[in-house]
Design a protein around this ligand. Structure first.
Ligand SMILES: Cc1cc2nc3c(=O)[nH]c(=O)nc-3n(C[C@H](O)[C@H](O)[C@H](O)COP(=O)(O)OP(=O)(O)OC[C@H]3O[C@@H](n4cnc5c(N)ncnc54)[C@H](O)[C@@H]3O)c2cc1C
Length: 403
């Protein structure tokens, strides 16, 4: 395990595994958000965590099966990217089908690289969300607290209490036996309970935003077809029959079809828990992430609108492809840049690293670690183990002068 003790290094020494009625963090919901947070918090043996889910067990069928390069980088930090890469379908190229000249209903207009070189060392992957959830659950089970989600547990209400240590009281029920209720007192409750969040409504917060008027059907099918690009991601835009997105699935057989239906009618953080940083650091999460989430929503809306538009001219038809290409870095999730905050400095020292804009997500690349001369991907060294890291680069052409 460490050159002295043998064992599996991915299994941490067990700490306290007892579920108490008080906890530092109560996470509501076992979707991707809840499981990511729980896995990260598990790295801190001194923070107690409980995670509840109203469903009866782990996810069986996924929706979020498309894994952007940036998500795969995050899985690397959690130590399971290799398995995702091995099992998943790799979206390396995209083909665009549009109406051709002379009444030809559809022709392949182009076939392009999906993720441009140097965006990330990770591919764009398709793998069942249920599988990714399993990897998170395995990590949690190997952590010091051996954390497992508590299924059939639904958050019913939240009450603020006059208690300095555990100021929030959560009432939790079993959906099949609502009379079975439990009270959990927590320092923090994190609402990872999806679009119709009970945590949000208990805090009397309104859902701000807008909904798109487009309706899409999504299904995984086994196609018997002579369509030549069935094993490629394809954007198919017809003249008057709507659009279809074809995304091959892992395993080599099924494809997922996103089919445009008729339009809808209009009516229808851990450091502060350990005392290492001020509590105000939690507030920066909203300012940092809200702006990014809004960009993503805007981008998704524009992309869906362009895809659905019935092209009148050849130029119109090429617009979706041009937009797709232009925003490749963005869809890969590697374009994030944070504004100055408590944890992001200003740009007064930018001249020291002109190739790395301050606040920009750190790009991985092949490097040689000075201490042991090991060639490696820089990003693979940044594990999600809760440590703060300082990375120092030698100047270009530095040969390592012993003096
Ligand atoms: C058809 C479709 C396709 C998609 N494809 C992709 C894709 O390819 N890639 C991608 O990244 N995203 C995709 N998404 C989006 C993705 O599914 C969501 O962004 C993601 O699931 C949001 O994660 P979450 O953890 O915030 O919430 P959710 O996944 O909604 O999870 C919330 C969890 O909380 C539980 N819960 C709710 N209320 C309570 C309560 N009161 N008590 C206890 N538990 C509760 C729910 O049962 C659920 O398990 C797709 C979505 C859809 C609908």
């Amino acid at each position: 395990m460490n050159g002295f003790n043998v064992g599996d290094p991915s299994i941490a020494a067990a700490g306290s595994t007892e579920a108490k009625d008080t906890t530092d963090v109560l996470i509501v919901g076992c979707g991707p958000a809840g499981l990511t947070l729980a896995t990260q918090l598990c790295a801190f043996g001194d923070i107690s965590v409980r995670i509840i889910e109203r469903k009866s067990g782990p996810l069986e069928f996924g929706q979020a099966d498309g894994i952007a390069c940036r998500s795969a980088e995050m899985y690397e930090a959690f130590g399971f990217a290799e398995r995702v890469i091995k099992e998943g379908y790799h979206v390396n190229e995209v083909s665009f089908w549009r109406p051709g000249a002379d009444e030809t209903p559809l022709v392949r207009a182009d076939r392009i690289q999906d993720v441009e070189d140097d965006h990330s060392e990770m591919p764009h992957i398709i793998l069942s969300q249920a599988r990714v959830h399993n990897f998170y659950l395995e990590n949690m089970a190997k952590s010091p607290s051996r954390l497992t989600p508590e299924y059939k547990r639904e958050l019913v209400s939240l009450t603020r209490k006059d208690d300095r240590d555990f100021p929030i009281e959560a009432t939790v029920a079993c959906p099949t036996r609502p009379e079975d209720t439990e009270t959990i007192r927590a320092k923090y409750v994190v609402g990872c309970d999806g679009a119709r969040s009970k945590v949000r409504s208990e805090l009397s917060l309104a859902l701000k935003g807008e909904s798109a008027r487009q309706l899409w059907g999504v299904m995984d099918v086994l196609c018997h077809t002579n369509f030549p690009d069935i094993r490629l991601k394809c954007a198919v835009q017809s003249a008057d029959q709507g659009s279809i997105l074809v995304i091959p699935r892992e395993g080599g057989y099924l494809v997922r079809l996103y089919i445009e239906l008729d339009e809808l009618v209009p009516d229808e953080r851990a450091a502060d828990l350990r005392g290492q940083s001020p509590v105000e650091l939690l507030d920066t999460y909203s300012t940092e992430r809200r702006a990014k989430a809004q960009e993503l929503i805007d981008f998704d809306r524009d992309m869906a609108r362009l895809f659905s538009e019935k092209p009148k001219t050849k130029k119109d038809a090429a617009q979706f492809q041009a937009y797709f290409k232009k925003h490749g870095r963005y869809t890969a999730g590697v374009e994030t840049r944070y504004d100055a905050s408590l944890i992001r400095g200003d740009t007064r020292h930018q001249n020291l690293a002109t190739g790395y804009p301050v606040g920009q997500r750190f790009h991985s690349g092949p490097v040689i670690r000075l201490a042991d001369a090991k060639p490696m991907q820089l990003g693979h060294n940044l594990k999600a183990d809760g440590r703060w890291r300082i990375i120092i680069f030698a100047p270009r052409m530095d040969e390592g002068d012993a003096n």
